[in-house]
Design a binder for this molecule. Structure first.
Ligand code: PHE
Length: 342
């Protein structure tokens, strides 16, 4: 076969093979087959041109060059085609149907307890109180002694505590925060101390071993029981509505004297009597009282010069009353079906 015939054959073969190649790897392979430095079919023919006689060389050289350009062009076209086909396939695979409905993601929401906590804080901030927090791990001194609850005093039973190592416990109420605040500053004091408390209570619909309280404390010159009543009446109205009325029943806490439990007329039935107020028309919302002189003395305040009142409320209880939740455990179960209602 003459070289010219060989070139013709090569040209036809290359055209068929290259046009059939549908992958870049095949193209690379074919490129080596035709143009490879060693053993490339066209490369060999082009090299051979040098060995031809002077008469043959121009015609064969020209033909060989034309075939070379022709095949190179085939490669370029096919390469572009593979690229475009790949791109088209990718684009159609990744097509976005903008008419499909979006994926719904539950937005975070504020937990019922935090909603309640925020509302309580807002009311007291409006009355000029500042918000402070105390430690959840307390010493016996702060949780009891400084609050006029000596060891072995029967009232300790009101706060069945989780004890840690000797002398330390999880605070069983927020009242120890009062002591921390008073130790740090001189009167006038006007603070609320919200936070978690822990009690070794058996869990039921109204008790949980972990819960929240908001403590309040006001100490100044000439603070009277009337101030306590006025303040907590304002709180009840701010929290439960301006029509609410309050009532103060005698109570007992070792760190307040006198002590009172604060009742608000039932905001569910307007005092007529219902399930929430157990038909009494009144709901207990917190404990309160005038700070015991011994507590004042203990932190270095002069009880002859200063008086004050304190109060403490359970946030779970307020949240449950406000939103009609009948089991405290719902507040700790993270069940979205419950939580998403608020
Ligand atoms: N610390 C009391 C309790 O846990 C509540 C309270 C606070 C009562 C302040 C009076 C004054 O029951």
């Amino acid at each position: 076969m003459s070289i010219l015939e060989q070139l013709e054959q090569l040209k036809a073969e290359a055209e068929r093979e290259i046009k059939e190649a549908s992958q870049q790897s095949k193209i690379d392979e074919l490129w080596t087959k035709y143009f490879g430095r060693k053993g490339g079919e066209l490369t060999s023919i082009l090299r051979g041109v040098k060995t031809l006689s002077a008469e043959e060389r121009p015609a064969v050289g020209k033909a060989a060059n034309e075939v070379k350009v022709f095949i190179e062009e085939l490669f370029a076209v096919q390469k572009e085609k593979i690229y475009q086909d790949g791109l088209a396939a990718k684009l159609s695979a990744e097509q976005i149907d903008v008419t499909l409905p979006g994926k719904w993601k539950a937005p975070g929401r504020i937990h019922l307890l935090n909603i309640t906590m925020r509302r309580i804080k807002e009311v007291f901030k409006g009355l000029g109180y500042s918000v402070v927090s105390g430690p959840e791990i307390e010493t016996d001194y702060y949780n009891f002694e400084a609050l006029n609850i000596p060891s072995n005093h029967p009232s300790r039973e009101m706060w069945d505590s989780f004890f840690l190592r000797e002398g330390l416990l999880m605070r069983s109420h927020t009242s120890p925060s009062q002591v921390h605040v008073m130790e740090k500053q001189e009167p006038p004091v006007r603070v609320i101390c919200p936070g978690k408390c822990y009690r070794r209570d058996a869990v039921d619909a109204t008790h949980f071993w972990e819960f929240h309280q908001v403590e309040g404390l006001l100490v100044d010159k000439n603070v009277t029981f009337s101030d306590l009543k006025g303040t907590l009446e304002l709180f009840a109205k701010g929290m439960f509505g301006h029509r609410r009325r309050t009532r103060f029943n005698p109570s007992y806490f070792p760190f307040t004297e006198p002590s009172a439990e604060v009742m608000v007329d039932c905001f569910v039935c307007d005092g007529k009597g219902c399930r929430v107020c157990k038909n009494s028309g009144w709901i207990e919302i917190m404990g309160s009282g005038m700070v015991h002189p011994r507590v004042l003395k203990g932190v270095g305040y002069d009880p002859e010069k200063y008086t004050g009142f304190a109060f403490g409320m359970g946030v779970e209880r307020i949240a449950m009353l406000t939103y009609g939740v009948d089991d405290i455990r719902l507040l700790y179960e993270d069940d979205m079906r419950f939580l998403s209602q608020f």
